[in-house]
Design a protein around this ligand. Structure first.
Ligand code: TMP
Length: 207
């Protein structure tokens, strides 16, 4: 068992993960804790290169299985290079997306076999599972309003029905693993969302 604490953020596009992750990082660092923040796909030089392919809106016809393998490849590299070493050193790792994204997007969104995706995830993370996953739940319509004015990436181009399947997938995952995956209503004011996240995280913090 590693010494550190591992927290992941999940949610549909536009749910405010990145903002909330940054607020949490600042708060924990202000308390003098060692924090390593990563994003998925990406978070290491090789994984950032894979991210470029995955999010490139000009790429048409990427096979869904190939897409899943690429997310798995980026994750395996990030775990080996950044997440595991940081946890071994006792840091708090906060991830903007992790293995639940693959189940929600490639499984519930694209309809790939969940057994295959679970195996892929197991291979990629080799036992490195978050202690706590914060699911920022938001309607896809609200997510789209918040993203208005930004250039959509390859996944964001999939439309509202896709995001709806992803959202339902996330909620199903939280019902299957209620101890790990905690749902926070992301339609609230950002300060309120932050407060709820702090409440959830505090339970896991060593004094
Ligand atoms: P983001 O950095 O804006 O969250 O973009 C990542 C995109 O990639 C987002 O649309 C969700 C998608 N994604 C998957 O489809 N599967 C995955 O396993 C991960 C990590 C992300």
């Amino acid at each position: 068992m590693s010494k550190g604490l591992f927290i992941s953020f999940e949610g549909i596009d536009g749910s405010g993960k990145t903002t909330q992750l940054e607020l949490l990082r600042q708060r924990l660092e202000a308390e003098g804790r060692s924090v390593v923040a990563v994003r998925e796909p990406g978070g290491s030089p090789v994984a950032e290169r894979i991210r470029e392919v995955l999010l490139d809106a000009s790429i048409d016809g990427l096979n869904p299985v190939a897409e899943a393998f690429l997310y798995g490849a980026a994750r395996a590299q990030l775990v080996a290079e950044v997440i595991s070493p940081a946890l071994d050193k006792g840091s708090i790792v906060i991830a903007d997306r992790y293995l639940d994204s693959t189940l929600a997007y490639q499984g519930y969104g694209r309809g790939l076999d969940k057994g295959f995706l679970n195996q892929l995830n197991q291979m990629a993370v080799s036992g490195t599972i978050p202690h706590l996953t914060i699911l920022l739940d938001l309607s896809p319509a609200e997510g789209a309003v918040r993203r208005r004015g930004t250039v959509p990436d390859r996944l964001e181009q999939e439309g509202l029905a896709f995001q709806e399947r992803v959202r339902r997938g996330y909620l199903a995952l939280s019902c299957q693993q209620p101890e790990r995956i905690k749902v926070v209503n992301a339609a609230q004011l950002p300060e309120k969302v932050h407060e709820e996240i702090i409440y959830l995280v505090t339970t896991y913090l060593k004094p």
